[in-house]
Design a protein around this ligand. Structure first.
Ligand code: HEC
Length: 127
């Protein structure tokens, strides 16, 4: 900033650049704060996690249905009406049971909290 400003001929130009610099700094700080608190933290690739852990049963797009295994379309209106992000997180943490049959294993041991949150966002975003 200082070197650019000192090269500038007019005072008003310097002012503009300083304001722009401050705005950029605010944006960068805001972005850093967002990424560090959100599940989209660096190193978490929800799409890759989905492909590795979930795709087999739920399909690439979450629409796979398997009557025998009890898998339902995660993007259906019925599911969208009842599934919340919190519920998705819970299902991953403790698994899913139909009656006393465990149809989906818990992922609490296998995935980190950040990974589970990222997968919940991913699940909720499936269309
Ligand atoms: C062994 C097959 C299997 C795998 C692997 C699997 N699921 Fe499931 N999942 C199921 C079945 C069966 C259900 C119950 C039917 C339903 O409600 O959709 C279910 C339900 C869900 C639900 C809905 C829960 C609710 O309360 O409605 C979510 C969300 C979900 N799975 C996400 C995931 C994610 C994310 C992964 C990967 C980390 C995953 N599943 C891996 C079989 C599986």
């Amino acid at each position: 900033m200082i070197s650019i400003a000192s090269q500038s001929a007019s005072g008003s130009k310097i002012e503009h650049r300083v304001v722009l610099g401050a705005a950029t700094a605010v944006a960068v700080v805001a972005l850093l704060a967002f990424t560090s608190t959100s599940a989209r933290a660096e190193g978490v690739d929800a799409a890759a996690l989905w492909a590795k852990n979930c795709k087999l049963c739920h399909g690439a797009d979450g629409k796979k249905v398997n009557e025998k295994m009890g898998v339902k379309d995660l993007t259906s209106p019925e599911k969208k009406a009842t599934l919340t992000r919190a519920k998705a997180i819970d299902s991953m943490k403790v698994g899913v049971k139909v009656g006393d049959k465990e149809v989906m294993k818990p992922y609490a041991e296998k995935l980190s909290a950040a990974e589970i949150e990222a997968l919940a966002d991913y699940t909720m975003a499936l269309k």
